[in-house]
Design a protein around this ligand. Structure first.
Ligand code: BGC
Length: 246
């Protein structure tokens, strides 16, 4: 039986959304991509999300999952590393429900991506601990143990040698400082080696837009744990948000 859900993935620069058949992880309609309103204020983002959802799922009985780049506890966003500071301790889920006039499920973007990889992608059927990381504006993380998501990890904010991991190893830093692949991979090795020491995972997965260049930098990350590219690329957040909403 087809079970449809809408997934929305809110990022610092773009908002992506799709209507997903969560039995197969396939899109049932053309995906939508729009720009994130400048400033990233809650009202402006909710307005755009409302339009996107009305296009994708006019009927009220389709579950909706929204992925967002912040730690989220009980629908409240706690951090705002790369978005407006108004999101700190903001009751995002209830705010969106009010603005959209329908129930939604609000989740962390990397948790959504990790859940999608565990359900439809590279972590499917992998036993033990898989650590999914997304390398983008920040560094997001998801812990998946025997296929079950352990939500809420924020490994991008780990402090290593007095520096926050995402402030020296995110893809934004690679672009901003014009780092070549080996130099960036050395920084990533420092990050993954630290996480490996703390968690002893079976597998690291790397997602985010830069994963389309996986062959340039993943082989240069020298840790003992296998490191693989995530399978679902930029769709992981949408797919996971939709699947988690059901
Ligand atoms: C945020 C995380 C998010 C990650 C990737 C970090 O700065 O704190 O919640 O998952 O960026 O977007």
């Amino acid at each position: 039986m087809t079970q449809l859900a809408v997934g929305v993935d809110i990022g610092g620069t773009g908002i992506k959304a799709g209507l997903v058949d969560i039995a197969t992880g396939e899109f049932s309609a053309e995906r939508i991509k729009v720009e994130t309103p400048a400033g990233g204020e809650p009202e402006d983002i909710a307005h755009v999300v409302r339009e996107v959802i009305e296009t994708l799922a006019p009927s009220n009985d389709v579950p909706i999952g929204v992925a967002f780049p912040s730690a989220i506890v009980d629908g409240v966003t706690r951090l705002a590393a790369n978005v407006s500071k108004r999101w700190i301790d903001f009751a995002a889920e209830s705010f969106f429900e009010q603005e959209l006039g329908r129930p939604i499920h609000f989740v962390n973007d990397a948790d959504a991506a990790g859940f999608a990889e565990a359900t439809f992608g590279a972590a499917r059927g992998v036993n033990g601990l898989v650590i999914m990381t997304t390398l983008g504006t920040g560094i997001g993380s998801a812990l998946i143990y025997n296929g079950v998501l352990v939500p809420g990890s924020e490994l991008g904010h780990l402090e290593i040698d007095g520096r926050e991991a995402e402030a020296f190893a995110a893809n934004r830093v690679r672009e901003g400082e014009g780092l070549d692949w080996p130099t960036w991979a050395a920084r990533l090795t420092e990050f993954y080696a630290h996480v490996e020491m703390l968690f002893s995972p079976q597998l690291f997965l790397i997602g985010g837009g830069v994963s389309k260049h996986a062959e340039e930098f993943i082989p240069l990350i020298t840790v003992r744990t296998p490191v693989q590219v995530a399978q679902l690329r930029n769709d992981a957040g949408i797919l996971g948000a939709a699947a988690l909403a059901v």
